[in-house]
Ligand binder design. Sequence first.
Ligand code: CA
Length: 228
Amino acid sequence: MKKRRILIIEDEERIAFWVRSFFVKAGYEAEAIGDGQAGLNAIMDSPPDLVILDRMLPGLDGIAVLQKLRKFSTVPVILLTALGAEEQRVEGLRAGADDYLVKPFSPEELLARSEAVLRRVYDGGHKEITIGAIHLNLETRSCAVRKQPVELSRTQFDLLATMMQQPDRVFRRNELLEAAFDRDFDGYDRAVDVQMRRLRERLEVNPADPLLIVTVHGVGYRFQGEQA
Ligand code: CA
């Protein structure tokens, strides 16, 4: 099988080297570039399968690179952001990132996120997802909670599948509306909240104290990835 190609755009040489070595060790072809414009040129010349893009770059910063990139390419992008403001991460997603990771991160987490994005983009995603006590089968569109089958509406299933395909990622309400409601649905953010409440009633041990579907105030929701 042809090796997947990863392009890392990061000006901090230590991090770029470390990320690149990790991908190579994991069986990928990986290249690191320290400059946004040079990164864009490289993507144009020879499109990689995945781009790891640092948010903080001298000259053209990560968001500007992403905006320019999206004018000519749909290559998946994972944005590396500094610890801090949630708006920064939301800004990245809005600019077209497929996922983001907050520094400092572990190489294992970056690899896991990268594999999830690559699977989603190139293999049409997993057919089955299990996280903690929740099991989803995307082909049969069935759900089991603590091994018991649970009935979900189409919208509820789509909401849950969207979040479970990227555990721990924060989804904005309008992203969830787009992912799970009919296109012509004249929706309000409130509709997402109502469906989330119903999902919690079906999934959570204690819906009043949700541990799986977590509210991120002022932004939206995320599905808790690692569970005790
Ligand atoms: Ca940097």
